[in-house]
Design a protein around this ligand. Structure first.
Ligand code: ARG
Ligand code: ZN
Length: 853
C-alpha cells in the first residue's frame, strides 16, 4: 500500500491523555492502556486505533465493558456512537523476548527497552500512533525488583514503592504533550553516571547516563558532550531545557544510532561508550555529534514536532544542521565541513542518482522506516545550511526564533519552517521551495568568458530526472565564489555570494590580465555537482593558495580525481602534479595536521566510480592503488618523518592530537601501498606500541589489506584482547570486510560463520556486511559472489529484523551504473529477494523500487 502526502487529513479524534500500566516481564508483559479521546470530526465517526501484532484482551469505554469494536486487519476500530469524548481502556499482552524487530518493547541483554519512532508504539498498545496526535503521558510500571532494579520513562518520577512477590513499581509523568513516537520505557539492571546542568534561567537539571555495570567509566565523554550541547543550544538558538531530569540509556541492540524520546533518550551503545583504549577519535566525535543531535531534538522535533512522516526532514534535516554547527564549533570548522561533504557525496549523491531517489519531503512511501535516509537527513541539513547562508547568522536566528515561538507545542510542516524563515529573516523563498519537492542533485556546468578585458563566468544548471519526476525547474542556488590572479599581481574578486535562479546565468568577475583561478562553491555553499574543466596547474595553484580551506581541499581532490579518472579510462597523464601538490600541502602538517590529513587523502573508489558513465571497479582499484604507491614512493621521506615521532598520547583529545593521529594513519597507508618490505613490521610495531584505539585500529586496518604474517598475528592479538567487548569486536569484523585483499568476499562468508557473528545484533550485521557493500571492488567482484552474499543476508535477516535487512538493499540497486554482466547479476539477486514468500513491507519496497531502476 502506498501512502500519499496529498492524502493528509487531520485526525478525527485527539487523545489528550494517555495512562499506561505495565506489568513487566521479559517473556510476556501486560499493558493496560487508558486513552482519553476527544472527537475532532463534526459528525460521529469510529475511533481508529492502529495496532501491529496485537490482540485486545479487553476493551472498556468509560469504565464499562464494550463490545462495539472490531479488528480491521491489525487495527482496532471502536465505535463510540454519538459520543464526543470518552475514556477507552484496552489491555494487551506483548512478548519482548521474541521481539527481534527491535521496534516497540523489546529485550536486550536482559533489560527491557523501547523504540517507537516511527510506528513502533502500535506494537505496544492500540493507539492512533500518528505524530499529530499529542498526549500527556502517565506511566506506571511494575516488575521484579531483582531483574529490573531501575525503572525509567519520560518526564519525572512522581512515586515509587515496593509491590508483592519481590516486585517494585514506579510512576512517571511527562508534563509535555507529545506524539506516541517519543514514548519510552526502560527497565533493567543499570548503573548511572550522574551530573547536573544549570540552565540559563537557573533551572537545575539532573543528568543521568545509564549503562550496564562495567561500562560506567566509558560514559564521561558523552556526559561532557551533553553539557556542552545544552549550553550551546542556549547560546546559539536561545533554547533551554524544559524538564528537571534528562536521562540517556545505552542499549547494545539498536536499529539506528539513537532516539530522542522526551527526557529519556535511548542510544546505541556505540554512540555513548568511549575510552581511549577502545574508541577511536572518529568514535569520540560520533559520540559527541549524536549526543548533541538527540539533545537538540528536544526543540527541533519534540517541542515542535512533525505533522506527518512526510515532514520527517523538518526535524531531521534541521537537527543534523544544528549538530553539524555544534561539532564545527567544538572542533575545526573546516575539517568538519570536509567530513560532512564527504559523507554527503558518499551516501546521498548516489541515492539521489539512483532508483530510490526522493525529495527531502517525499510525496509517497510504502514503509516510513525506509525513509530515514541520507537525503532526509544530510541533504535536508544542506537545505537548511543554504537558507542560513543566504540570510546570514543573525537573520537566520530571527527566523528560527519565529519558528519556535509560532509552532511550540504543535505538529508542524516543512512549509511552516520555510514560512517562518521567510518572515523572520526577511527573504523570498518562493523558488527555493523547489529544494523540498525536486529530487536529484543539480549539476552546474561552468565556463569562463572574456568581454573586453573583463572576465565572466557562465553557469548552466540542470536537475536530472529522477523516478516519477521527468521534468525539473531551475532551482535557487546560493553559490559562493571568488577569483584570483595566478600571476602574483594579487588581483582578486573577493568572496561573493551569487544566487542562481535561472537555467543559465552570467556572473561578472571583473578585470584580470589573464584567465583567473576560480574558487567555486566555497565552503560547499550548495549541495550541487560542479562541472568545470580546469588545468592541473590552476587546481594546484588553488590547492596551495585559496583562502578558503574547503576550496583548497576541493581543488586538490579535483586534481586527484581528474588524474584517476584519466588513468582508469586509459588516458594516463602522469602523477607528478598530484605528487607535487600533496608534497606542498604536507608542508603545513605541523600547523594543522587534521586539515592536511583530510586534504591528502585520495578520493574513495566509490567516488571515482561516480564520475564515470560505467563503473569499472577493478580498474578503479588498480589505478587508485598505483597512484597511492607512486605518492607513497615519491614522498617517502615525508611519510616516514610523520611516523618517526611519537604519537600524541591517546588521552589527548585536542584538535591537534587528533589531527596528528589521523595524519599518521594516512602516512602509514601511503607507505603500505608501496612495495617497501619493512612496512608490515612498521605497521605491526605501531599496532603493538599503540596506547589507544585510533593508532591500533589504523595499523590493524593497514595490515589487514596485506598478506603478511604480521596481519595474521595482529588480527589474532586484537581478537583475543577484545573478544568480550562487542563494540571493539565489531571493528575486528569490519577491518576484515574492508580489506583490499582479493579474497575478501570469501573471508566475509567465513566470518559470518564465526561464533561471535550474530544476525541478532544490528551493529554486528553492519560491521560485517555493511563494510562489505562499502568495499566497491569486493562487493562488485566479477563473479557476483558479493551480490549473492548480500542477497542471502537480506533474505535471512528479513524475518527477524526487516528494518535492518532493508537497509542492506540500496547497493544492489545501483545496477544501471555497471556493465551488463554485473547489472544482470544484481537484478537477478533483487528478483531472488522479491520471490521470497512472506517478505516484509520494508524489503519489498526497497527491492522492487531498486529493480525498476
Ligand atoms: N529520530 C532518530 C534520530 O534521528 C532516529 C529514529 C530512527 N527510527 C527508525 N524507524 N529507523 O535521531
Ligand atoms: Zn534525528
Amino acid at each position: 500500500v502506498t501512502i500519499h502526502r496529498g492524502d493528509y487529513r487531520p485526525p478525527d479524534w485527539q487523545v489528550p491523555d494517555v495512562a499506561l500500566d505495565f506489568a513487566l516481564a521479559v517473556e510476556a508483559t501486560r499493558v493496560a492502556a487508558a486513552l482519553s479521546v476527544v472527537r475532532q470530526a463534526d459528525a460521529p465517526t469510529p475511533l481508529v486505533l492502529r495496532g501491529d501484532g496485537l490482540t485486545p484482551a479487553a476493551v472498556r469505554v468509560d469504565g464499562e465493558g464494550w463490545n462495539d469494536w472490531r479488528m480491521d486487519g491489525a487495527d482496532l476500530i471502536v465505535d463510540l456512537g454519538e459520543r464526543t469524548a470518552a475514556t477507552v481502556e484496552i489491555d494487551t499482552l506483548i512478548h519482548p523476548a521474541s521481539n527481534t524487530q527491535l521496534m516497540g518493547l523489546y529485550a536486550s541483554n536482559g533489560m527491557l527497552c523501547t523504540q517507537c519512532e516511527a510506528e513502533g508504539f502500535r506494537r505496544i498498545t492500540f493507539h492512533p500512533d500518528r505524530p499529530d496526535v499529542l498526549s500527556r503521558y502517565k506511566v506506571r510500571m511494575e516488575g521484579d525488583k531483582a531483574a529490573f532494579p531501575i525503572l525509567l520513562s519520560n518526564g519525572n518520577c512522581i512515586a515509587k514503592g515496593d509491590g508483592a512477590g519481590g516486585n517494585h513499581w514506579a510512576l512517571w509523568e511527562d508534563p509535555w504533550p507529545k506524539p506516541s513516537y517519543l514514548f519510552a520505557l526502560v527497565a533493567g539492571d543499570l548503573v548511572v553516571n550522574r551530573d547536573s546542568f544549570t540552565t540559563m534561567s537557573g533551572r537545575e537539571v539532573e543528568l543521568g547516563i545509564w549503562v550496564r555495570d562495567g561500562d560506567l567509566d566509558r560514559t564521561e565523554h558523552a556526559m561532557q558532550a551533553l553539557k556542552d550541547s545544552m549550553a550551546w543550544d542556549e547560546r546559539v538558538y536561545g533554547r533551554e531545557y524544559d524538564l528537571d531530569l534528562f536521562n540517556i540509556v545505552a542499549v547494545s541492540d539498536f536499529n539506528m544510532g539513537a532516539m530522542e524520546n522526551k527526557g529519556l533518550n535511548v542510544f546505541n551503545t556505540r554512540y555513548i561508550l568511549a575510552d581511549p583504549d577502545t574508541a577511536t577519535d572518529v568514535d569520540y566525535d560520533g559520540v559527541e555529534g549524536v549526543v548533541a543531535h538527540e539533545y537538540f531534538h528536544n526543540w527541533s522535533g519534540n517541542r515542535v514536532t512533525c505533522r506527518d512522516w512526510f515532514q520527517l526532514s523538518l526535524k531531521e534535516g534541521f537537527t543534523v544542521y544544528r549538530d553539524q554547527c555544534f561539532s564545527a564549533d567544538m572542533g575545526s570548522p573546516a575539517v568538519k565541513r570536509i567530513e560532512d561533504v564527504r559523507l554527503l557525496r558518499a551516501a546521498q549523491f548516489p541515492e539521489d542518482a539512483g532508483p530510490l531517489a526522493h525529495p527531502i519531503r517525499p510525496d509517497s512511501f510504502q514503509e516510513i522506516s525506509n525513509f530515514y535516509t541520507a537525503t532526509i537527513y544530510n541533504k535536508g541539513a544542506e537545505i537548511i545550511h543554504m537558507m542560513a547562508t543566504m540570510v546570514g547568522a543573525d537573520r537566520f536566528r530571527k527566523g528560527t526564533d519565529l519558528y519556535f515561538e509560532r509552532h511550540d507545542g504543535e505538529a508542524a510542516t516543512c512549509e511552516d519552517f520555510v514560512r517562518a524563515i521567510e518572515e523572520g529573516a526577511g527573504i523570498d523563498l518562493t523558488q527555493f521551495r523547489l529544494w523540498y519537492s525536486q529530487a536529484g542533485t543539480p549539476r552546474l556546468t561552468l565556463s569562463l568568458a572574456q568581454e573586453s578585458g573583463d572576465w565572466a563566468l557562465d553557469v548552466t544548471q540542470t536537475v536530472p530526472p529522477t523516478p516519477g519526476q521527468d521534468d525539473k525547474q531551475p532551482m535557487m542556488i546560493p553559490l559562493k565564489l571568488a577569483a584570483f590572479a595566478m600571476d602574483g599581481s594579487g588581483a582578486a574578486l573577493p568572496e561573493t555570494l551569487v544566487t542562481l535562479t535561472g537555467a543559465t546565468q552570467r556572473v561578472p568577475l571583473g578585470a584580470f590580465a589573464a584567465r583567473p583561478a576560480l574558487s567555486i562553491n566555497r565552503g560547499f555553499s550548495a549541495p550541487v555537482i560542479v562541472d568545470f574543466a580546469r588545468a592541473d596547474g590552476e587546481l594546484a595553484w588553488l590547492a596551495a593558495n585559496d583562502d578558503d580551506p574547503f576550496a583548497r581541499y576541493e581543488a586538490l581532490q579535483q586534481l586527484m580525481l581528474d588524474t584517476l579518472v584519466a588513468a582508469v579510462s586509459g588516458k594516463a597523464r602522469g602523477s607528478q602534479a598530484v605528487i607535487d601538490a600533496i608534497g606542498q600541502t604536507l608542508a603545513g602538517a605541523a600547523t594543522d595536521p587534521a586539515f592536511v590529513a583530510e586534504a591528502v587523502l585520495l578520493p574513495s573508489e566509490a567516488f571515482i566510480g561516480d564520475q564515470m558513465v560505467t563503473v569499472d571497479p577493478g580498474a578503479i582499484r588498480r589505478e587508485r592503488l598505483a597512484l597511492q604507491a607512486a605518492i607513497g614512493t615519491a614522498l617517502e621521506s615525508q611519510w616516514r618523518a610523520i611516523l618517526a615521532g611519537a604519537a600524541p598520547p591517546a588521552t589527548d583529545l585536542s584538535r591537534k592530537a587528533k589531527g596528528g593521529r589521523r595524519l599518521r594513519g594516512v602516512a602509514l597507508a601511503y607507505l603500505a601501498a608501496t612495495a617497501m618490505d619493512d612496512v608490515p613490521a612498521l605497521a605491526f610495531r605501531i599496532f603493538s606500541d599503540a596506547d589507544g584505539m585510533t593508532e591500533r585500529q589504523a595499523a590493524l586496518a593497514t595490515l589487514a589489506h596485506g598478506d603478511s604474517d604480521e596481519r595474521v598475528a595482529a588480527l589474532d592479538i586484537f581478537y583475543q584482547r577484545y573478544r568480550d567487548n562487542p563494540l571493539v569486536l565489531d571493528k575486528w569484523f569490519q577491518v576484515q570486510a574492508w580489506s583490499l585483499r582479493a579474497d575478501t568476499v570469501d573471508a566475509v562468508k567465513e566470518l559470518a560463520q564465526h561464533p561471535d557473528f550474530t544476525l541478532a545484533n544490528p551493529n554486528r550485521v553492519r560491521s560485517l556486511y555493511g563494510a562489505l557493500s562499502g568495499n566497491q571492488a569486493a562487493f562488485h567482484q566479477a563473479d557476483g559472489a558479493g551480490y549473492r552474499l548480500i542477497a542471502d543476508l537480506v533474505i535471512a535477516l528479513d524475518p527477524k529484523n526487516p528494518q535492518t535487512s532493508a537497509r542492506m538493499i540500496p547497493p544492489l540497486g545501483r545496477w544501471k551504473r555497471f556493465d551488463d554482466a554485473r547489472a544482470a547479476m544484481m537484478k537477478a539477486e533483487l528478483e531472488r529477494i522479491l520471490a521470497q514468500p512472506g517478505l516484509s513491507r520494508d524489503v519489498t519496497e526497497q527491492a522492487s523500487k531498486s529493480l525498476l531502476g
